[in-house]
Design a binder for this molecule. Structure first.
Ligand code: GLU
Length: 407
């Protein structure tokens, strides 16, 4: 299995070579500044206490407070959390935000918990972590299997423990708890803005087909916005399997089906397709929007899309990068493609700190402007250095981070 932290180190070293980076800077970017490991008790509905293991990796804060989501998943692993926090460091720098990178995770299958248990778990995690987070220290947000409700529980618990009001301590909150308009749509929408800019550069014109692996919050919003803009969504999937219809699927109707049945599978008028086969479909745009390492050396040669838009974190391994490059497939790296989420988190944090709140169209306009700027910076660097977009993104990011570190 590809180790995501190894992937990060490969990506770092490639950029460091181009930048002729000082070894002392490379060394500091090869380890997290702080890794907090927590073992915390949670009372289950049957009255028994269970110990859960969680992490918070604070990778680098040269550009600002640590920033990044909290993931609830049974596969959460120390190295994975560190890798994700390193990628957040790069992502925030790519998006030119005043944030460093962090990430949290709890080893748990949240689907096996009741709502009350999930609430107690969320509270216990943040309570144990309370001294290590804060609006100017480390600002968490949602990630895989966490959502605005969980953020609201965590914020309330943190404020109770600390005896303060500090809504900017985390982002991705519900609007009623100080969240920003548009944060829910932001990652998918931001990905769409990036796709729009890329297609202009590649001169790819509609009609265009899209396959999306992962139909969580991010995959759904990308699908919805792209569908409304005339793209044909031919395949969608979740952890239980996928659906395929060459004539196109309607994301809103698929979502209703998923909400009713728990999965996209068995959606009427569609054919079943496995998650593996979905990746190999002959489509214009492939969007991995689930977990890491899904495109690797064993299947990269079978990818037939013209463009891969990485909405998941780390879906393509360094081995696969080389194969996609050789095939002439353009891939937009996660640190650019999915940076709309953290960019809107920044907008939320700015609103919290200033106490001034913007309507949704204002938030989307600001997001659009930021995404276009990030895309252009990376695109130009890739042309200048004659490298793919991932290498260009790392070069731009590490240049910004190392400048701040030297200061
Ligand atoms: N979890 C998201 C990511 O991986 C959002 C992080 C944030 O908003 O801080 O980019």
């Amino acid at each position: 299995m590809d180790n995501p932290f190894q992937s990060y180190l490969t990506q770092l070293n490639q950029a460091a070579k181009v930048l002729k980076l000082d070894q002392q800077i490379i060394d500091q970017l090869a380890v997290p500044k702080r890794l907090v490991e927590l073992n915390f008790p949670v009372k289950l509905d049957n009255g028994k206490i269970k110990i859960f293991k969680g992490f918070r990796s604070q990778f680098n804060n040269a550009l600002g407070p640590y920033k990044g989501g909290i993931r609830f998943h049974s596969d959460v692993h120390r190295d994975e959390v560190i890798a994700l926090s390193a990628w957040m460091t790069i992502k925030c720098a790519v998006a030119d935000l005043p944030f460093g990178g962090g990430k949290g995770g709890v080893i748990v299958d949240p689907k096996k918990l009741s709502t009350k248990e999930l609430k107690r778990l969320s509270q216990a995690y943040i309570r144990t972590l309370a001294d290590f987070v804060g609006q100017d220290l480390d600002v968490p947000a949602p990630d895989v299997n966490t959502n605005p409700q969980i953020m609201a529980w965590m914020l309330a618990e943190y404020e109770k423990v600390k005896q303060i009001k500090e809504p900017g301590m985390l982002t991705g909150k519900p609007v009623s708890a100080g969240g920003s308009q548009g944060r829910t749509e932001a990652t998918g929408l931001g990905g769409f803005f990036i796709l729009r800019e890329l297609l202009k550069m590649l001169k790819l014109k509609p009609p265009l087909t899209i396959a999306i692996q992962g139909f969580g919050n991010v995959g759904y919003w990308l699908a919805d916005v792209a569908h409304q803009d005339g793209f044909k969504i031919v395949a969608l999937s979740d952890s239980q399997g996928g659906i395929y219809n060459p004539d196109g699927l309607e994301p809103q109707k698929v979502l209703q089906h998923k909400q009713k049945t728990g999965s996209v599978i068995n959606y009427s008028g569609s054919k079943k397709i496995s998650n593996e086969k979905l990746l190999e479909l002959k489509v214009d745009i492939l969007v991995p929007a689930a977990l890491e390492n899904v495109i690797n050396k064993s299947n990269a040669a079978k990818i037939k899309a013209k463009v891969v838009l990485e909405l998941a974190n780390g879906p393509v391994t360094p081995d696969a990068d080389k194969i996609l490059d050789k095939k002439g497939i353009v891939f937009v790296p996660d640190v650019l493609a999915n940076s709309g989420g953290v960019t809107t988190s920044w907008l939320e944090w700015v609103q919290n700190k200033s106490g001034k709140y913007w309507p949704k169209p204002t938030v989307f306009k600001k997001l659009d402007t930021k995404m276009v700027k990030a895309f252009k910076d990376i695109w130009q660097e890739s042309k200048k250095q004659r490298v793919n977009l991932r290498k260009a993104a790392y070069i731009v990011a590490i240049k910004r981070i190392s400048r701040a570190m030297k200061k």
